[in-house]
Design a protein around this ligand. Structure first.
Ligand code: PLP
Length: 400
């Protein structure tokens, strides 16, 4: 058995790229001042929440003094909040979802951990198209799950052949994250339908089902008229996870959810739903924060000003183009995943650091040779970074 210290070292090692950049950023900001550093390393949303949040928080404050105003709530979430989120998801996913199939969680991260605790046996495998959000490995690893990254196509679209070849009798879930962190890719309706058909075909021959785990914290961030397909209705074995961290800029308030296809609950008599609620309690989450639940329920049909993110994306695209850096224009989320000039991502990120620009090497997302930029910063910072990107790219190419 792994010691506690051993586990910590493994988990810390896996996220060391982002940690390194985070620490480096703090150091540089302390040395040169906040304004001298262009920090594209973290995905912490900075656009203000919708205006209505203020009035809702006042109302919550008025009610907070009542008995149980801030008390424990049912492990699955406040009933009227589950109801509101079920209504929101019914419209979004194009199918009727009742509150019994929605569990409020501590962010999408808490939702992922609850899901893995509920379905993973040690040695089970979880497929993820790569590049990918590296925490997935830690989340399923807690319960002995093994993450199996599977390369996407050159344009970061799903390679269904690769996914099918990676399937084994131990595969328990396929994660899809669309719009994607780190690439900004949105998988098409046709690709998602083909994936669902593959999962249904596999499930016809097995006892323990294979799930599609659709991780959707960036669902609202879609540009140029792109549509993010609804996944839940595509298969009984589709599970949608999401949160309001990014869409409402309330990442610190930790509100997410898991939604199950009602057809699955009819099939298993509600076993997965009740297991998720139980593990939400026993993992120590107990219940998602009540202030955040009430806030999210009141404004779940709104979003932050997405036009701000669109302008940032367009400006960053211009900066990279002017610097001669190759990238695929992201259709969603707020990240770029360009090719590292010269091919060595760690080296290029170091060259950017010399320009006081913070980025994360693609190796930290399972794809060397690229780097990730998060546009959760003001347009002025993106504009200011332009000469630094150009100089770093030149140096990378000159010195190979
Ligand atoms: N999934 C992806 C792809 C993410 O990028 C993040 C956060 O950055 C999460 C899940 C976790 O989000 P939350 O704040 O809702 O826990």
């Amino acid at each position: 058995m792994q010691t506690v210290t051993g586990y910590f070292q493994v988990a810390a090692g896996k996220s060391s790229f982002i940690r390194k950049m985070f620490e480096k950023g703090l150091e540089l900001k302390a040395q040169y001042g906040e304004d001298a550093v262009c920090d594209f390393s973290l995905g912490n949303p900075d656009v203000p929440p919708p205006l209505k949040a203020r009035a809702v928080l006042h109302e919550i404050a008025d009610n907070a003094v009542r008995p149980l105003g801030l008390g424990y709530c049912p492990n699955a979430g406040i009933p009227e909040v589950r109801q509101a989120i079920a209504g929101h998801l019914s419209a979004q996913q194009g199918m009727a979802i009742d509150a019994g199939n929605v569990v409020m969680t501590v962010g999408a991260a808490g939702a992922l951990v609850c899901f893995f605790r509920s379905v993973i046996e040690p040695g089970d495998e979880v497929i993820v198209p790569s590049p990918y959000f590296v925490e997935y490995g830690n989340y399923c690893g807690h319960f002995g799950g093994v993450l199996k990254p599977v390369a996407t196509n050159a344009d970061f679209s799903l390679d269904l052949g690769n996914i099918e070849r990676a399937l084994t009798p131990k595969t328990r879930a396929i994660i899809v994250n669309s719009p994607n962190n780190p690439t900004g890719t949105i998988y098409t309706e046709a690709q998602m339908a083909a994936l669902a058909a593959l999962v249904d075909k596999v499930n016809a021959t097995r006892e323990r089902p294979l799930f599609i785990l659709s991780d959707e914290p960036y669902r609202a961030f879609a540009y140029d008229g792109s549509k993010v397909p609804a996944v839940l209705k595509l298969s009984k074995f589709a599970v949608v996870l999401g949160s309001f961290s990014k869409t409402l800029s309330m990442a610190g308030e930790r509100i997410g959810y898991i939604a199950l296809n009602p057809a699955l609950s009819r099939l298993d008599g509600g076993t997965l739903a009740s297991t998720l609620i139980l593990v939400n309690r026993t993992l120590g989450f107990v219940n998602a924060p009540v202030i955040g639940q009430r806030l999210a329920a009141a404004i779940c049909n709104e979003t932050v000003d997405l036009a701000v993110y669109k302008r940032r994306r367009d400006l960053m695209a211009q900066v990279l183009t002017d610097a001669g850096i190759e990238f695929i224009m992201p259709k969603g989320a707020f990240y770029f995943f360009p090719k590292a000039p010269g091919g060595d991502d760690a080296r290029f990120v170091d060259l950017l650091l010399e320009e006081r620009i913070l980025a994360v090497p693609g190796s930290g997302f399972g794809r060397a040779g690229y780097f990730r930029l998060s546009c959760s910063v003001d347009e002025a910072i993106i504009a200011r970074s332009a000469p630094g990107f150009a100089r770093a790219a030149q140096k990378a190419l000159v010195h190979g």
